[in-house]
Design a protein around this ligand. Structure first.
Ligand SMILES: Nc1ncnc2c1ncn2[C@@H]1O[C@H](COP(=O)(O)OP(=O)(O)O)[C@@H](O)[C@H]1O
Ligand SMILES: [Mg+2]
Length: 454
């Protein structure tokens, strides 16, 4: 244009002619008009975008919840229950892939229908929900490239966006989601197993086992239950004296005497979850063990199953022969939990207390050792009453005489009663067929034995 104007001053006639030709050309004028319009639009668009960005920054607030966060599942499931929800994208979650908490109505509360094997949760995509008079956009995104290495599942995030004046709503929502999860799992025990350096729920939370369903000698049950309760109620006492707030228990005795079952029931009674670890697990190293025991989920009891397996074949003069990659001092350090200031309850179980190193079971590491043995007359009577719902002293004494004489385990006694659900007489007959087993007596721990290491 500048060029055109300057040439117009030099050659007025030519310039006037060109101008009149161009202005007379409707295509040219339309082109110029379009160019101007396009430029105007671009400026407007940029303006709108930066304005929107500004408004977004000033007026909207977002919260991102990655899938590795504990609140992720709680939020997802809670969101499924918000009545004002606008989205058609749902996803089916197999029970167990996430903490399962939806229980579709079942015909009988005791018998799950096939539909209780899955549940509906908001699927990937955008959702709008209305919560406490606020509109919130919920975007669930699933990465196609990133994976959560510990579980092998795609990396996911949930992003919540709302007006910034409503920002407090986020904490309210998360709190409510947490409470919802807590209520849904009130009568459940979550079992965690080790996944790399983390604890992950193993399957869906299971119904609590009643403490009364584990039939033990009364004093053993009371001793441990009361001790754990006493420990849990005395945090300040430990803190005041600078004593590490931890307690260790060893349950020992023949297989099938109820060691594992008792701990599951006890955890249920205390409303605790359980972190199960087997020391013979492949790939378990000192560092991993230490990290795991130092990062136990809140309100969980650690269960080290069959601790003797770590000592099987161990050359007792040194570290050689230790089956897993965990060294003995590594195990002791992890149990001592030098890095942990939190409460810690460890239960160990073993069928072979005789091969445990005294250093592992000294006070401070194991505070109470309890023997759970084969069926005793008292246990047979109690179990009889539980199964047949009545007392029949004569019949239960007969059964107990046979069963105890053969050193039958509580697991076998349970099997005997399950096979004869309606007829204790038939159970007695079948008991006579049970094999005679060697007597199992409580192992006498020799506290004088010199610790082998540490
Ligand atoms: N004392 C007991 N009371 C009730 N059931 C028992 C008892 N001992 C074992 N059982 C039953 O036997 C099975 C195996 O028991 P478990 O707890 O695994 O034994 P352990 O850990 O001592 O080997 C379970 O089904 C459990 O219900
Ligand atoms: Mg066991």
């Amino acid at each position: 244009m500048n060029q055109l104007a300057s040439s117009a001053t030099n050659h007025p006639d030519t310039a006037n002619g060109l101008q009149s030709i161009l202005s007379g050309n409707s295509f040219f004028s339309a082109g110029i008009g379009l160019m101007g319009f396009g430029a105007g639009l671009a400026i407007l668009r940029r303006g709108v975008m930066s304005g929107a960005g500004l408004i977004k920054r000033r007026m909207l607030v977002s919260l991102e919840i990655p899938s590795k966060e504990k609140s992720y599942n709680a939020f997802l499931h809670w969101m499924g229950t918000v009545p004002k929800r606008y989205s058609n994208q749902l996803a089916v979650e197999a029970r167990g892939s996430a903490k399962s908490i939806f229980h579709p109505p079942t015909r009988s509360s005791k018998q799950p229908t096939p539909s209780s094997l899955f549940q509906l949760v908001p699927g990937p995509g955008k959702h709008i929900i209305k919560y406490k008079k606020c509109w919130i956009q919920v975007e669930r995104q699933r990465s196609s490239r990133l994976q959560d290495l510990t579980t092998g599942t795609p990396w996911e995030t949930i992003t919540l966006t709302t007006l910034s004046r409503d920002r407090e709503i986020f904490s309210d929502m998360l709190l409510e989601a947490q409470k919802f999860m807590h209520t849904a799992q009130k009568n459940k025990t979550t079992i965690y197993t080790a996944w790399a350096t983390d604890w992950k729920p193993f399957g869906s939370p299971r119904s609590k086992r009643l403490l009364s369903s584990v039939v033990l000698e009364k004093d053993v049950k009371d001793l441990i239950t009361e001790d754990v309760r006493d420990f849990l109620g005395n945090y300040q006492w430990y803190a005041d004296r600078g004593i590490p707030y931890r307690r260790g228990y060893l349950l020992y005795g023949p297989p099938g005497s109820g060691k594992t079952s008792f701990l599951y029931a006890l955890a249920g009674e205390l409303d605790y979850d359980i972190c199960v670890l087997n020391l013979a697990e492949r790939g378990l190293s000192d560092d991993r063990l230490n990290h795991l025991l130092s990062n136990v989920p809140p309100k969980s009891v650690v269960l080290l199953e069959d601790v003797d397996s770590a000592f099987q074949g161990r050359d007792r003069s040194g570290e050689v022969g230790f089956r897993a990659n965990v060294t003995f001092s590594g195990l002791l350090n992890a149990v001592d939990g030098v890095t942990s200031a939190d409460e810690r309850i460890i239960f160990m179980t073993t069928n072979h207390p005789d091969i445990l190193d005294p250093a592992l079971i000294r006070p401070g590491r194991v505070d109470i050792k309890a023997y759970l043995g084969n069926a005793t007359p008292q246990q047979v009577h109690d179990m009889f009453r539980r199964f047949y719902g009545k007392d029949d002293p004569k019949l239960s004494s007969e059964i107990s005489e046979v069963v105890c004489g053969k050193n039958t385990s509580m697991a076998s006694l349970q099997g005997l009663f399950v096979m004869n659900k309606t007829s204790p007489e038939a159970a007695l007959e079948l008991a006579k067929e049970l094999p005679q087993l060697p007597k199992s007596t409580p192992f006498a721990f020799n506290s004088q034995k010199k610790p082998l290491s540490v």
